[in-house]
Design a protein around this ligand. Structure first.
Ligand code: CA2
Length: 155
């Protein structure tokens, strides 16, 4: 059964503990449960991870690229947190793999501080989901499934 890999970047382990007006009240464990249901609805298993380290996220994207080439991973959902706005290295990692990567943000970054308006990741993303809170992760998994379906059925 294919896997969807959900990667979370720095500080997202703190979700639900502070700034609920910005990020919602759900914890990262709640988001994982939500994602598990969304993945199961498409017959996928879920691999859900979080790291505060840029290099770890890059290693995981490379790993996903290899697993995608072997038919084991359908794609990646990535909330890279603040690395979104700083990391050319994550951009390069996304470009280096054929696995589709959907960029997700809990908050509407475009309605926040100007430094959050630019994403180094968006040009390398297969799709972007912004501002739907934790539900955005499920929307991203659904979008990945629809995209995968289209790829396999469209001549
Ligand atoms: O809206 C998002 O999902 C972000 O990726 C979240 C990042 C932020 O730097 C991006 O601009 C937008 C921050 C994640 C930190 O999450 C916390 C949650 C609770 C308490 C403290 C931090």
């Amino acid at each position: 059964m294919p896997t969807v890999l959900v990667l979370n970047g720095p500080n997202l382990n703190l979700l639900g503990t502070r700034e609920p007006q910005v990020y919602g009240a759900r914890t990262l464990a709640d988001v994982e449960t939500l994602c598990r249901g969304a993945a199961a609805a498409h017959g996928w298993t879920l691999d859900f991870r979080q790291s505060n380290h840029e290099g770890m996220l890059i290693d995981w994207i490379h790993e996903a690229g290899r697993a995608h080439a072997d038919g084991l991973v359908a794609g990646v959902v990535l909330n890279a947190g603040a690395y979104t706005h700083t990391s050319v290295a994550l951009h390069d990692a996304m470009k280096a793999v054929a696995a589709p990567v959907i960029e997700v943000h809990l908050s509407n970054v475009h309605a926040r501080e100007p430094f959050r308006h630019h994403s180094y990741l968006s040009p390398a993303a297969a799709g972007i989901v912004v501002g739907f809170g934790a539900d955005g992760y499920a929307l991203a998994i659904d979008g990945l499934a629809r995209r995968t379906q289209t790829e396999t059925t469209t001549p």
